[in-house]
Design a protein around this ligand. Structure first.
Ligand code: SF4
Length: 286
């Protein structure tokens, strides 16, 4: 893993495409992701973004934006004004193409400093998206921020399976991520489990019952319609569909998502979001 300390011109990126209906801005404390060589990295859509990778292998580089907090303080007033005028509110997705709690965060503290800057100048809303229980390192900061703006933590748990045949181990085990969801919820935070991308699920009833016990809502996001490309073409070019098919050949079709959503609704009535609607906090529906 090649870790570099870099400067960022503006940590607040105005969203476009599918993210534009979720938040007005995204913030990436890191460029690249240390979890890129774990199970989630195989189907990660960020790995296809050449602007991010600059030709480097996904999961083998991490650019730490060590002045992210300074950049936030510099640009927040202008971006808040733009967001409220153009999008109705100033909201931040942290993060869409890295994990804010990569292992290097414990020493580099880029996300931590950025969260402190947000505490001083809070957005109207923030979505914290992660694949790891390391989010608990910032429990106190997140609680303080939740007192100043609408905050929800999205914890990605793709399945009740830790990994799939041929894929590497996960960034954090399913059990550890469920434990983190429970701890966040117990601390009074709003928690959404994002089943993204949806994998085969060994025992769907038990899985969604477990989510219902520790989260406010669940999002089901199939790579078809969910990876930003037509018919999931990006993900189809990776090893993920074959790994999914090795467990459940039907799980590569949207019908799998619809079957899982029907089971999820039995356990979380009116608290199931599908694809981008779920990420945007829009639950319920057919
Ligand atoms: S943690 Fe997120 S950004 Fe990082 S490799 Fe996994 S899916 Fe991609």
């Amino acid at each position: 893993m090649n870790v570099e300390r870099v400067s960022v011109r503006s940590i607040l990126t105005r969203t476009s495409g599918f993210l534009a209906s979720v938040t007005s801005h995204s913030a990436q404390p890191y460029r690249g992701c240390s979890f890129g060589r774990s199970a989630c990295g195989v189907g990660c859509y960020a790995r296809h973004n050449r602007w991010i990778t600059q030709g480097r292998p996904w999961g083998e580089f991490l650019d730490a934006r060590v002045d992210a907090d300074r950049s936030y303080r510099t640009h927040v007033a202008r971006e808040r004004a733009w967001a409220r005028r153009a999008r109705g509110e100033f909201s931040i997705f942290l993060s869409s193409s890295t994990d804010p709690f990569v292992p290097q965060e414990r020493t580099l503290r880029v996300t931590h400093s950025l969260l402190l800057a947000m505490l001083d100048e809070p957005p109207d809303a923030i979505v914290v998206q992660t694949h790891t229980d390391r989010v608990l390192d910032e429990l106190d900061t997140l609680r303080a921020l939740a007192a100043r703006c609408r905050l929800r933590v999205h914890l990605s748990i793709e399945s009740d399976l830790d990994t799939l045949p041929g894929l590497p181990p996960p960034a954090a085990s399913v059990d550890r991520r469920f434990a983190a969801a429970s701890a966040l919820k117990a601390a009074g935070l709003r928690v959404v489990v994002t089943v993204s991308p949806l994998w085969p699920i060994a025992d769907p009833d038990a899985f969604f019952a477990r989510i219902a016990a520790c989260a406010d809502a669940v999002v089901l996001d199939h790579f078809i319609e969910g990876d930003g490309s037509r018919d999931g073409a990006r993900t189809r070019s990776t090893a993920l569909p074959a790994a999914i098919a090795a467990v459940d050949s039907g799980a590569n079709a949207l019908a799998h998502r619809d079957r899982m959503a029907a089971i999820a609704r039995r356990h979380l009535p009116d608290r199931v979001g599908v694809n981008i609607d779920g990420f945007a906090g829009r639950f319920g529906g057919p």
